[in-house]
Design a protein around this ligand. Structure first.
Ligand code: NAD
Ligand code: ZN
Length: 356
């Protein structure tokens, strides 16, 4: 059976296109005869950029803190706050920021219409009611969250996204100027998330021509951005690498690195981009060429990867970490084939974690 998946409905791309946000989102405000809610990464609080958020009428701007990556508790609290403070259902939810703020916008838009807690929808195709209109304006590129059908959430029992056609954005506004100011190390780690998406997709058993076409384009752009010189076009390229990388995994899957880094994130709270970079450095047995090229990128960026993360873990923490990681069955199947359990035993996972 072939997957029939939904894609983002509208895309605007180009340096300065953020200036069109008012008109684009205005159409939706008019259609819904209501106001917008902007969920904006609080790193922009008090900056010039915050004055450019195109608020109109009684639109709400809610600052979201992403020091911790999105939790189901935060999504539920945002939904309660929005429902309690707006007389009418909002015209839509707009996420401005990196993968975290975009994922929050997706999750909140789903939970504005579906009953219960967001933790009940961590899984595949669980929401039954279409979400509110939602749009994304990335300020950091690499995760592909702008095009994917998931919004990754940490809940009381698991770290798993709401994977649903209703999560997919109705509109994305891709302005490379907005990612220019991101700190270099963060730009690098989130960029490596994109590079790793491509390697895992292109080396995976789920690969097909759709994923390959996007994956090859994306990895080529990553090479230009992270092995070439930084130029005027670098941010345009990085933004499109993220988009194409996201499209590549939409029709395949990620692999070993993501499966192991989910374990790190669940136990240690390690952020997605940096967690993947830490793990990938130990995966030469699985992705030999990718790891060699990745190390060149690390060297060029002058980044020092953190080490010894697992040095002081208890037995119980190791066990839980391995459970979380090996629970990501589709990722392992994509990476190692249907018989993946023969290759990736609990002992091997433990050995890898012990080296990190
Ligand atoms: P992020 O959104 O967590 O942000 C990282 C840091 O960068 C934060 O401190 C943030 O405030 C800051 N930041 C963002 N834009 C900035 C800017 N322009 N200037 C200065 N600081 C800026 O980072 P990310 O790597 O984009 O996203 C990671 C999140 O995305 C994780 O929660 C991960 O689970 C999720 N993710 C989602 C998908 C998906 O398909 N939905 C895919 C991969 C990762
Ligand atoms: Zn990723």
């Amino acid at each position: 059976m072939f997957r029939n998946f939904r894609m983002v409905s509208y895309v605007v791309f180009g340096r300065g296109c953020f200036n069109q946000a008012k008109d684009i989102l205005g159409l939706q405000r008019e259609k819904a005869k209501s106001d917008m809610v902007y969920l904006v990464d609080d790193v922009f609080k008090g900056t010039e950029f915050s004055d450019r958020v195109p608020l109109q009428g009684d639109d709400q701007l809610i600052w979201v803190n992403v020091d911790d990556e999105p939790k189901t508790k935060l999504v539920d609290a945002l939904v309660t706050r929005i429902k309690g403070s707006m007389a009418k259902e909002p015209a839509g939810i707009v996420g401005i920021g990196g993968g975290s703020a975009m994922d929050l916008a997706k999750a909140v838009s789903v939970m504005m219409t579906n009953p219960g807690s967001s933790a009940e929808y961590q899984g595949y195709d669980l929401p039954q009611i279409p979400s509110l209109y939602h749009a994304a304006i990335p300020t950091l590129s690499g995760t592909g969250a702008e095009v994917s059908r998931t919004c990754v959430l940490t809940g009381p029992e698991k770290k798993l996204g709401i994977n649903s056609d209703y999560s997919v954005f109705d509109q994305i506004i891709l302005d490379p100027e907005l990612i220019r100011g991101a700190p270099d190390d963060q730009r690098f780690y989130t960029g490596m998330d994109c590079y790793i998406h491509c390697v895992e997709s292109l080396e995976g058993t789920f690969l097909n021509e759709f994923s390959k076409s996007y994956g090859q384009k994306s990895i080529e752009l990553c090479r230009e951005v992270f092995l070439g010189e930084r130029t005027e076009e670098s941010e345009d390229k990085l933004m499109m690498a993220s988009y194409c990388g996201g499209m590549s995994i939409a029709y395949s899957q990620v692999g070993v690195c993501h499966a192991l880094s989910y374990g790190l994130a669940y136990i240690l709270g390690t952020h997605h981009g940096i967690g993947n970079a830490i793990v990938f450095d130990y995966l030469e047995d699985f992705y030999p060429q990718g790891v060699v090229e990745f190390r060149k990128m690390v060297e060029k960026a002058g980044v020092e990867l953190p080490r010894n993360l697992c040095a002081n873990l208890t037995e119980e923490q190791f066990e839980k970490m391995i459970n979380v990681s090996l629970g990501m069955e589709l990722l392992w199947e994509n990476a190692l084939g249907k018989d993946w359990k023969k290759t990736m035993t609990r002992e091997r996972a433990r050995e890898l974690y012990e080296r990190m």
